[in-house]
Write a protein that binds this ligand. Sequence first.
Ligand SMILES: Cc1cc2nc3c(=O)[nH]c(=O)nc-3n(C[C@H](O)[C@H](O)[C@H](O)COP(=O)(O)OP(=O)(O)OC[C@H]3O[C@@H](n4cnc5c(N)ncnc54)[C@H](O)[C@@H]3O)c2cc1C
Length: 555
Amino acid sequence: MVHRTKPAIDVRTFDVVVIGAGVAGLAFSLALPEGWNVALLTKGVLGESNTRYAQGGISAAIGPDDSAQLHEEDTLIAGAGLCDPAAVRALVDGAPAAVDRLLAIGTKFDRSLQTGEILLGREAAHSRHRVLHAGGDATGAEIERAMVTAARTHPDIDVFDHAYALDLIVQDGRATGMVAEFGSGERTVLAAPWVVVAAGGAGQLWAVTSNPSGATADGLAMALRAGVAVADLEFVQFHPTVLALAGTEPFLVTEAVRGEGAYLLNDAGERFMLDIHPLAELAPRDVVARGIQNAMAIGNTDHVWLDLRHLPDELVYERFPTIANELRGRGLDLANDLIPVAPAAHYFIGGIAAATDGRTSLPGLLALGEAACTGVHGGNRLASNSLLEGLVFGTDAASLVTGLGRPQPVDVSTLKLTTFADVSEAEDSGAIERAVDAIQRSMSQHVAVVRSADGLRAAATEVASQLAAIDAAGGNDRVAVEARNIAEAAAKVIDAALFREESRGAHFRVDFPVTEPTLDGQHSLLLPEAHGDWRFGKLAEAFDRSPATLEPAAV
Ligand SMILES: Cc1cc2nc3c(=O)[nH]c(=O)nc-3n(C[C@H](O)[C@H](O)[C@H](O)COP(=O)(O)OP(=O)(O)OC[C@H]3O[C@@H](n4cnc5c(N)ncnc54)[C@H](O)[C@@H]3O)c2cc1C
């Protein structure tokens, strides 16, 4: 191991420290009152996040034939009996105002050239056209652009790019800050009475994913190490249609393509989804993903085909310019070629157990966005509800802390910081890379669209041995911590998938293929005092336990 020891670590104090500058962290930060000092961290450059890659759009019941009630019903149906009804209601009710806030900061949604009205697309399992989009299929990039511009010019938000949050600081039973490693390798403690984990998803636990490289479950792993309650980690949405072209990176082809009428064909050129679900290609994502998996198994291929050849060329190029360009670069014509696609890890439904205003089991710690599990997506997220979740619940969390008044600053003289200053790198970084690679391959093989106890146990053994290899390689710098985060999070996802002996939503077990009615509304919980034992229960058990969570900190 190579040590870089620093005698002391710098400490900076803020009112709020936010880990993550995707839609959730940005919505929270921008909604705080004037004068509050906010540290907003992103592990890459500001703007690089899952949010940026969102193509399809953001759902809101603003069409003339739509209502919050219909949006609610669609969300509950997709959620397969596991949604928290109050969370769903809060989400759909908050949608129109969330759209207004985006418009107010200059987000440019696609509009009709004739009427100027916002155009609404339709996606799988939505009973109405209710998906707002921007730049055709570049919705996330446009939302992120508008919010990042607002954050960069905000006088009270200190943006820290390339600032990697290593761990939370918990003292006297509450979160009091976190330690970050900057691009230079220097470490700093950012202390605050409110710490917000909005660190996004976990796609990089799998070998094939639609997520960018930063989605390494850091928020979840930090929370696990701090003993914070987590929930529903077995529920991972696999996007049915990610480009599966040998020798090129996976690239998501949005559901909206099927919303516009694209077909899925098997190797024999048949629309296999017609026999599987009345909504055919627009069935819920888990149904389509399993349908594709099955068609691939029958055809002994690693992909099926997405077919847009029956749609007008102009419609295809105009509506999906980003995808068409991306495919053109890979030698494919979206409008006229069959596009090879397969399911890939896409959206992490479980996470840190949280209320819709972000409260967790740990006082002082809020969790938002994809890092959180509020129960709003149940067992399967309805397409285009996640950008909305970040916007609505991010703002609700800001209202919670605002309502409690500006907090007392953390007394840094009481913080125990000795463990953070000593930085070490693994001597053999290749060993860490190989370990991560082995974990990702095992997760894609055994913890994917279709699962079994045997496969899950095989994955558990592999992950445990790779975690030992990461530990043996040593080091506590960003590279080592990120690898350990992947391993620790993967181990808990497998545990949860073994624990839930039923099939529901995105979690399908061949050995328990039926949905167990007694588990309706029952979340899998890993509570702080449980020492690794999972149990079923209500999410509120995780965050309603500590009234101190609601008090402003006086640390
Ligand atoms: C290809 C793709 C298409 C999608 N399409 C849609 C869609 O059409 N509609 C929809 O609603 N949803 C869509 N989603 C899902 C949606 O984009 C995400 O769920 C949502 O953007 C998550 O937002 P977030 O703020 O929680 O996290 P993210 O946007 O992922 O942001 C996470 C932030 O945390 C930071 N971070 C992470 N770890 C650390 C650390 N250790 N230290 C410091 N910072 C850290 C990152 O740098 C980043 O700034 C899509 C996702 C993908 C990948």
